[in-house]
Design a binder for this molecule. Structure first.
Ligand code: G4P
Length: 193
């Protein structure tokens, strides 16, 4: 989407060829007008698909996913990065490796917030290796729900995540797709998908 590409071009900064800094508008200070626009864009794309829940992973996915849930009029469910004592024993979990941050965590959600039969839209801020999205897909399947689509704010198209999700047959919609980047500039893919 043009609004997202313009904002990244204006305020994003490539640290190197791999990491895009977006902390002035997406994941540290948040531009809530932009979040609303993001939510409306995802809602427009998936309107009519019978979505009954939006899910995301804490923490930076919450704002765009929340605005999407609001626009679709459905609940937002936040997958946690560790099991809390309260949900222990009645949870779905998936182990997720974060290559960008060189960490791993147990993606966790209480079974009561993902009842069988829900039609789910997954939203996240970045798609890099696809690990978080594949972990979420595994949990959604285990819960007996249908993963209708995945909405990504910024896809780093030069990393393998998109192909891995395509290979699994997931419907992915990215608002901005980065073909390549360096401290000198950011190059976008203009195909909308
Ligand atoms: P993957 O889920 O697609 O496999 O991605 P990867 O493991 O490589 O990245 C995991 C974390 O790194 C995610 O944050 C993701 O948002 C963040 N990330 C990936 N690429 C970039 C980038 O180019 N710029 C920035 N700023 N972040 C990036 P997280 O660990 O889930 O943390 P949180 O910020 O959501 O709490």
């Amino acid at each position: 989407m043009e609004f997202m590409r313009q904002r990244i071009a204006r305020d994003g900064r490539a640290l190197d060829g791999n990491i895009l800094l977006v902390d002035s508008f997406l994941n540290h200070q948040l531009d809530m007008d932009l979040m609303r626009e993001i939510g409306l864009a995802f809602a427009e794309r998936f309107q009519g698909a019978g979505i009954t829940r939006v899910v995301t992973v804490e923490s930076s996915g919450i704002a765009p996913a929340g605005m999407t849930a609001l626009a679709l009029g459905v609940p937002l469910v936040v997958f946690k990065k560790r099991a809390s004592r309260i949900t222990n024993g009645t949870v779905y979990q998936a182990n997720v490796q974060s290559f960008t941050k060189n960490t791993q965590y147990e993606m966790t959600v209480s079974t009561k917030y993902l009842p069988r039969g829900e039609r789910v839209l997954f939203i996240d801020d970045f798609l890099a290796m696809g690990e978080a999205a594949l972990g979420a897909a595994k949990i959604i399947k285990e819960a007996g729900c249908e993963l209708v689509g995945m909405g990504i704010v910024i896809e780093k198209a030069f990393q393998p995540g998109r192909k891995r999700l395509d290979d699994h047959g997931h419907e992915v919609y990215s608002l901005a797709r980065i073909r390549a980047m360096s401290p000198d500039g950011i190059e976008f893919l203009h195909e909308i998908c």
